[in-house]
Design a protein around this ligand. Structure first.
Ligand code: SF4
Ligand code: SF4
Length: 125
């Protein structure tokens, strides 16, 4: 009789101990988007195009594994619905016309917003 009363009490105290133990630990999550985790220095985000440097050699398209980096007229166009952010186009560009940025907040409800024409004034990084 006494045991049937003590067992639930023991379980309750054990649960409370776990709650207390974790309540005193520092937070492990951040309140995104107000707070953001620092990015690794090698982080690969949106590609920035420097039109002045581009010689229109087309190498970026050749090395792009998903063939989404293309030149249309004077614009460098990337379909970010396909881009895998591998960085190959930036690494192989012979004139440093493509630069990796740390911009990663590209989500959009409209798929068309993810097909981006990059020009010299575009981007923040
Ligand atoms: S690889 Fe560089 S220089 Fe060549 S077309 Fe692409 S962006 Fe321009
Ligand atoms: S980062 Fe990779 S997948 Fe994206 S456009 Fe450049 S080469 Fe293509």
């Amino acid at each position: 009789m006494i045991m049937s009363f003590l067992n639930p009490l023991k379980a309750l105290l054990k649960g409370l101990a776990v709650v207390l133990k974790n309540a005193l630990k520092p937070d492990v999550t951040l309140e995104y988007p107000e707070k953001k985790k620092p990015l690794n220095e090698n982080f690969r985000g949106r590609i920035k195009y420097i039109k002045e440097n581009c010689i229109k050699c087309g190498l970026c398209k050749k090395v792009c594994p998903v063939k989404t980096a293309i030149m249309i007229g004077d614009d460098f166009v990337i379909d970010y619905t396909k881009c895998i952010f591998c960085g190959s186009c930036t690494e192989f560009c012979p004139k440093n016309a493509l630069i990796r940025t740390k911009e990663y907040e590209l989500a959009s409800k409209d798929k068309n917003n993810l097909i981006m024409k990059e020009n010299i004034n575009y981007g923040n990084n």
